[in-house]
Structure formats: C-alpha cells, structure tokens
Design a protein around this ligand. Structure first.
Ligand code: ADP
Length: 180
C-alpha cells in the first residue's frame, strides 16, 4: 500500500487483510511499538517519528524482516508504510525473492493534499502537529512518491481514488487486483 500520510493505508490494509486472510504489516505500528521501548533503538526511532522524518532504512528492515518472514510462512502479507524509499523497495524485492513471495500489486491511494491535511489534523496523533504534518507530506513527496513510477514500470501499480468512502475504496482495490 502506497499513500501519503493520512491517505488511508491503515484502514484499507486492515480491510484487505481481513478479506484475504493474510497479515497486515504496518511499519508505522511496528516502529511506534519499538519507540515505546526504553532502549537506545527505541529512543532513536521515537526521535525520528516525532520530527516526521523517516527512520533509517536499516532499523526499519531489522524490525520488519522477521515479521514479514513469519507472515510469508502463513500465506502472505500486505505491507502498509513500507517500502517508503527506493532503497527500501529494492530491499523489499530481495526479501520477497528470498521468501519465494511474488509481489502481486502495489496499491496507490490517491488523495488531494488539502484532504490529507484535514484528516491528519482531525486524527491528531502525538506525532501530528501542523508543522510536523507539513514536513511528513514533504517527505512523502520527495522520498516515497518516486515508488509510484518504480512500480508502474514493473507493471504492478494499481492506482485508486482514495477520496471516496472506505467501502468504495476497498471495492475499487479488490476489482483492480490481479487474479489470484
Ligand atoms: P503515516 O502514513 O500517516 O505517515 P505511518 O504510521 O505509516 O503513518 O508512519 C509514521 C512514521 O513512522 C513516519 O512518519 C516515519 O517516521 C516512520 N516510518 C513508518 N514507516 C517507515 C519506513 N518504511 N521507513 C522509515 N520510516 C518509517
């Protein structure tokens, strides 16, 4: 799932996970859990998240790889929030190859920026001050949006209008996924 902050990846990731019976793996959730631990890595993760900066790729990979490995053994996974950079996309493909998993689709939820800001302010998590929100949207535009072309070039991009009621978005995604 690729979407800007506030784009609805979490909601749709949960729904697709329930529908297909495969694990929803949210990098943001895993990182927030790591940040709650009073450890050097936890404190480092918390600092990046509070600023709205990306956590370094190696930390993210160390955290995600065991979770994804276990999920693959149980039939597959939906990644939400990962990959978020081109190096992460290359790492995700490597992990998939090692686990003999095919990346079937990269689902991109498209939502206009004013709507994103509105949703993020309404949600107002600890890491969601107005300034941090602006920063996170900029980080998305710079670091993550290149992944849209990357997956389009690989022929697996599924672009969906994310500015609709959640049920309609889920229906659009499901219709447009490649046949199993
Ligand atoms: P959102 O999509 O609303 O930004 P997430 O829960 O996906 O929310 O991410 C929250 C924060 O966690 C990000 O701003 C970033 O600091 C960190 N994060 C999540 N996923 C990654 C990732 N793949 N690489 C680096 N940092 C990440």
């Amino acid at each position: 799932m690729i979407a800007a902050p506030g784009g609805g990846k979490g909601t749709q990731g949960e729904r697709l996970s329930a529908k297909f019976g495969i694990q929803h793996v949210s990098s943001g959730d895993l990182l927030r859990a790591a940040a709650r631990a009073d450890t050097p890595v936890g404190r480092e993760v918390a600092a990046y998240q509070e600023r709205g900066d990306l956590v370094p790729d190696q930390i993210v990979l160390d955290l995600l790889t065991p979770v994804v490995t276990a999920a693959a053994a149980r039939g597959g996974y939906i990644l939400d929030g990962f990959p978020r950079t081109l190096p992460q996309a290359i790492a995700a493909a490597d992990v998939g190859r090692r686990l003999d998993v095919t990346l079937d689709a990269a689902v991109c939820l498209k939502v206009p920026e004013p709507m994103l800001t509105q949703r993020l302010l309404a949600r107002a998590r600890a890491d969601d001050s107005a300034e941090v929100i602006r920063h996170r949207l900029r980080v998305f535009a710079e670091a993550t949006s290149p992944l849209i072309d990357y997956y389009r070039d690989r022929g697996i991009l599924v672009e969906v209008n994310g500015d609709q009621p959640p049920d309609a978005i889920t229906a659009d995604i499901v219709t447009r996924l490649p046949p199993a």
